[in-house]
Design a protein around this ligand. Structure first.
Ligand code: SF4
Ligand code: SF4
Length: 286
């Protein structure tokens, strides 16, 4: 029937209004169930999933508990375990930032050589669009999204340009804001470190095995050249070699006689050939 949907929608709105009214009339409203008291009438309220009606939050005394994946302006992580900034000044976040609101100055050592840390890191919060690209692309888990949204200031510049000191937070702060993500990251980092340690151990074991094989080969080399026969054997061998040499010399003399006989035979053949040639010449002259 025409208008049924409209009436249905109005009914839902009316139900929410009545539920809200009912909750507001109670001295301890349902909305405070499970809320976190901060003192001075300040509370952080988490609306239960079964809560009916719209909650009126008495901001700024009362605030909503933000969902973990809420994101506002990035923050830089100070690794409390290693006592160092996680940022290595690689500059990837500045490259991928769509409105280009990050700029970084890389630090250098006493010789002027660039090192893997920042000396300056700025984010223009007035330009940042909370897209979280910088977080997605950072290879070192060094930049994360902060939940802090109360950033109102009187002057945009320079108050909304955050420097490294304003952006840096300890790891524990990040762990409290993003507990699920932090746990996942820690598990991944632990696994990566374990794999890296195993690879290094394997590499060291291989290097040690190579070095052992090399030294074993070096130890075997002089053994190969070392005398394998006793002194008496060597003397006998020397005598044998001397006798062989004498025999060879004697054989060499025999060779000389044979060569002389060969030479004489050749001379004889040559002489006979010359005689025959002379004879042929005389015969042809007749
Ligand atoms: S925050 Fe991450 S991506 Fe950006 S410079 Fe530092 S290490 Fe590189
Ligand atoms: S959240 Fe987006 S806009 Fe803001 S600094 Fe990161 S990349 Fe840039």
């Amino acid at each position: 029937m025409f208008g049924t949907g409209l009436l249905k929608g109005l009914g839902v709105t009316l139900k929410h209004a009545l539920d809200t009214f009912e909750d507001d009339r109670e001295s301890v409203p349902d909305r405070y169930k499970g809320s976190l008291e901060l003192g001075n009438n300040r509370r952080v309220i988490q609306q239960p999933i079964d809560q009916e009606g719209l909650l009126t939050i008495q901001y700024p005394e009362e605030k909503r508990l933000l969902p973990e994946r809420f994101r506002y302006i990035p923050m830089l992580i100070w690794d409390s375990e290693k006592q160092e900034d996680r940022c290595t000044a690689c500059g990837i976040c500045a490259k991928v930032c769509p409105p280009q609101c990050i700029w970084i100055v890389r630090d250098s050592d006493e010789n002027g050589k660039p090192v893997t840390r920042c000396s300056e890191f700025y984010i223009d919060a007035a330009v940042c669009m909370s897209c979280s690209f910088c977080v997605e692309f950072c290879p070192f888990d060094a930049i994360k999204m902060n939940h802090d949204y109360e950033l109102a200031v009187y002057d945009r510049y320079p108050q909304l340009v955050y420097d490294m000191e304003e952006l840096t937070v300890p790891l524990e702060y990040y762990a409290a804001l993003w507990p699920t993500q932090y746990e996942e990251e820690q598990a991944r980092r632990k696994q990566e470190e374990e794999e890296k340690r195993k690879q290094e151990e394997e590499k060291a074991a291989k290097a040690a095995a190579r070095a052992a094989a090399k030294s074993a080969a070096a130890a075997e080399k002089p053994a190969a050249g070392a005398p394998k026969r006793s002194a008496a054997e060597l003397q006998a061998l020397a005598k044998e070699r001397a006798a062989q040499r004498q025999a060879q010399a004697a054989e060499g003399g025999g060779d000389d006689d044979a060569a002389a006989a060969k030479r004489a035979r050749m001379e004889d053949l040559k002489r006979r050939a010359q005689e025959r040639a002379r004879q042929r010449k005389q015969d042809s002259g007749q």
